[in-house]
Ligand binder design. Structure first.
Ligand code: PLP
Length: 434
């Protein structure tokens, strides 16, 4: 814990800040690339990366310069006016990441990006109603999903632990079992208007949709005129080894999303989110709105801060480096090496490895860990206990559920930095079993 100073006392965090986060007791002060230093001067390899937020590591000079230059030029201007950086960033996303014609909206976070997609689906349902004229409105989402903490995104999240205590939640979401094609078939009704999913679930512990499941989702969407909404907030922009997360599962153009949401990696930590809407026709000839990109027309949706010149400058610099330095393919190769090396240890505490580029889930032998006196005494789930041990040894990772730790390192990680992290991980796992 840092020392008290005239204008700062560490006790203020508990005294003045709401206690909604379970925090590890370190106080990061400075970062550079994949490294972080805390208030005591201790150095860490940061493979939490702000939970998949820092694709270029900390303090990347090109991102920092772009933010500083834009801050000195124009930080914010209202969306009542035309914002050049929005146009540039939307073009970069469409042409160099999605590769499908469409348009973008800029938000401030992942949850807000998902809210926009949910509103898009509701509008689609109004424009493609049931035979009696009433709107279709149900959106199918999946067990283990996480879409954010705002009311719509929270209600879309098929986890009682996320919405418990906040009811009544927003109606219209139907939860189905992830990767279960028959369950999805039964979940679709005449009122269904969209299917929403993370191609690779992050918070549940790096669980990918299977290729068969994604293909089935696409075919149900085609068959029933449903929007396919992909939440790529955590897995987007190349982290998983392709410019789009879903293409690391089904390569090419077989999957045709109607909309995609992002945040996290897009701005290197500057608050920014976005969603993209496909340039595609509304399939009802009676609909006055003929194209998906016009469903959210003037006055239907907006936000004060979303897509400010400053936020978009951060996004342009970040995505520009990801593209120029071909970081998706670098991530794919390095992620494979990391997973291969951990697999070669055949370590008794690791029961499964799910690796998609720089998004890697290590599933732990929960029973063995929970049986250790130190874990039992801590009263913490195995994943959180292990993350604390790794912090002691200088490696930051993210727990996901009770038995998975995630590595979400920068996409520009080098081979020697990966080796350094692997050594810490291996030593910690061995130390635990001594
Ligand atoms: C897949 C996914 N969707 C949405 C969100 C919510 O994003 P935010 O915290 O920026 O609102 C997250 C955050 O972890 C996420 O992983």
């Amino acid at each position: 814990m840092p020392a008290a100073e005239p204008d700062f006392d560490p006790a203020w965090l508990d005294q003045y800040v709401l206690p909604n986060y379970g925090r590890f007791p370190i106080w990061p002060e400075r970062g550079e690339g994949p490294y972080l230093w805390d208030s005591t001067g201790k150095k860490y390899l940061d493979f939490a990366g702000g939970v998949a937020v820092c694709p270029l590591g900390h303090a990347h000079p090109e991102v920092a310069d772009a933010i500083a230059l834009q801050a000195h030029t124009l930080i914010h201007v209202s969306n009542w006016y035309c914002i050049k950086q929005q146009a540039q960033l939307a073009r970069l996303i469409v042409e160099d990441f999605v590769h499908i014609p469409g348009r973008c909206f800029f938000s401030n976070s992942g949850a807000e990006a998902n809210e926009g997609m949910i509103k898009l689906a509701r509008k689609y349902g109004v424009n493609t109603p049931l035979p009696d004229g009433s709107p279709r409105y149900e959106i199918v989402t999946f067990s283990g999903s996480f879409h954010g903490r705002t009311f719509g995104a929270m209600s879309a999240t098929a986890q009682e632990k996320i919405h418990g205590g906040f009811g009544p939640i927003v109606p219209g979401f139907v939860y189905s079992a992830f990767n279960d094609i028959d369950a999805l078939r039964s979940a679709i009704t005449e009122r269904t208007v969209a299917i929403m999913l993370e191609p690779i679930q992050g918070e549940s512990g790096v669980h990918p949709a299977t290729p068969e499941f994604l293909r089935a989702v696409q075919s149900f969407c085609d068959q029933h005129d449903l929007l396919l909404l992909l939440d790529e907030v955590q897995c987007g922009f190349g982290r998983t080894g392709d410019t789009c997360g879903w293409r690391s599962i089904v390569p090419g153009d077989e999957i045709q999303p109607s909309a995609i949401s992002w945040a996290k990696s897009i701005g290197s930590g500057f608050p920014l989110g976005a969603f993209w809407v496909r340039d595609a026709e509304v399939r009802n000839p009676q609909s006055p709105i003929r194209n998906l990109i016009h469903l959210l027309g003037p006055g239907t949706h907006g936000t004060t801060y979303g897509g400010s010149p400053l936020a978009c400058a951060a996004g342009l610099a970040t995505l520009g480096v990801i593209k120029r330095d071909q970081l998706p393919s670098h991530s794919a190769a390095l992620g494979k090496r990391i997973a291969g090396e951990v697999a070669s240890w055949k370590h008794p505490l690791i029961t499964d490895i799910r690796a998609f580029g720089m998004m890697i889930g290590f599933e732990l032998d929960e029973a063995t860990l929970n049986a250790l006196p130190a874990v039992a005494a801590s009263g913490k789930p195995a994943s959180i206990w292990l993350a604390a041990q790794l912090i002691d040894d200088g490696l930051l990772v993210v727990p996901a559920g009770p038995k998975v730790v995630r590595w979400l390192p920068p996409m520009n990680l080098t081979e020697p930095q990966a080796t350094e992290a692997l050594q810490i991980f291996h030593n910690t796992l061995n130390r635990i079993l001594q």
